[in-house]
Ligand binder design. Structure first.
Ligand code: BEZ
Ligand code: FE
Length: 282
């Protein structure tokens, strides 16, 4: 078939005719149709298309062992949230983005351990239950957060010990978990790479509201990737990666409860965030 603007899409779709995996064929065909439609509509010049290729090349080149610029790009375009929300559990605790800082394994920690120390101390606790309300014993709870200055350990290898602000916990036989940490800060996503240039060119701010990341897994249940957002944090209404869901706002409130303080190994008054988690069965 001779190439023309009118026949280009069909020619490429036809080239995928013998793809053995039907899902691969479907994904590539749909991607081709949408990209061709984009080119027909926006009519990029050769210079603009080259700039786009250079931007994607730079995005790949910015990736290292501890930096994932492509996830960041997907995040600021709202694609991560779309994919997560369409694939995450549809009942129970809402899901939100993974983000680019889950790049190292969290150290295994005992319930109650301190995961980060410099800043306003707080206790985070909750119970993992099924959507029917039954405790989920021994769920694995992977936690990561930035420090009180808004940096993850991997961003400050000379300042923070590896594993600071991270912990892999095992809920107890009643599904309960608790750990001690500092109240995280809001923070800017990294702006010193291509994604930062995109934000700058579009007059967008780079900030995320304060939050703690969770991945919760238990046999027989859908895995859950989510955050506990600090209610009242700056940028709760304008997260750079569109990841806030109202149900995930958690009060980090002062508690005078002496019995709870004793359970958690602290003294009252203490800052307490309670975040219960509901998992959907497979
Ligand atoms: C994060 O919460 O760690 C994050 C998510 C998306 C982009 C940048 C950071
Ligand atoms: Fe984060």
């Amino acid at each position: 078939m001779d190439f023309s603007v009118d026949t280009a899409t069909d020619a490429v779709l036809e080239s995928f005719r013998d793809t053995p995996d039907p899902r691969v064929r479907e994904l590539l065909s749909s991607l081709t149709e949408h990209l061709h439609a984009f080119v027909r509509e926006a009519r990029p010049s050769l210079e603009e298309w080259n700039a786009a290729i250079e931007f994607l090349t730079a995005t790949g080149q910015a990736c290292t062992e501890t930096r994932q610029e492509f996830i960041l790009l997907s995040d600021v375009l709202g694609i991560s949230m779309l994919v997560e929300t369409m694939n995450g559990q549809q009942q129970g605790t809402e899901s939100t983005v993974l983000g680019p800082f889950h790049v190292t394994e969290s150290p295994e920690r005992a319930l109650g351990e301190v995961i980060s120390e410099a800043g306003e101390p707080c206790v985070v606790s909750g119970q993992v239950r099924s959507t029917a309300g039954d405790p989920v014993p021994h769920a694995a709870i992977d936690i990561w957060q930035c420090n009180a200055d808004g940096f993850y350990d991997v961003q400050q290898p000379d300042v923070q010990p590896a594993g600071n602000g991270r912990g892999l916990f095992r809920a107890d036989s009643d599904g309960r978990y608790w750990f001690r940490t500092v109240v995280p800060s809001h923070y800017p996503i990294p702006t010193d790479g291509p994604v930062g240039r995109l934000l700058h060119a579009t007059n967008r701010h780079p900030y995320r509201p304060a939050h703690i990341h969770f991945i919760v897994r238990a046999d027989g249940y859908e895995p859950l990737t989510t955050h506990a957002f600090v209610a009242g944090s700056p940028y709760v209404d304008s997260d750079a990666v569109f990841a806030v869901k109202q149900s995930l706002l958690v009060d980090f409130a002062e508690s005078d409860d002496d019995a709870a303080a004793a359970d958690f190994g602290v003294t009252a008054p203490f800052t307490h965030a309670q975040f219960d988690i509901a998992l959907q069965p497979h």
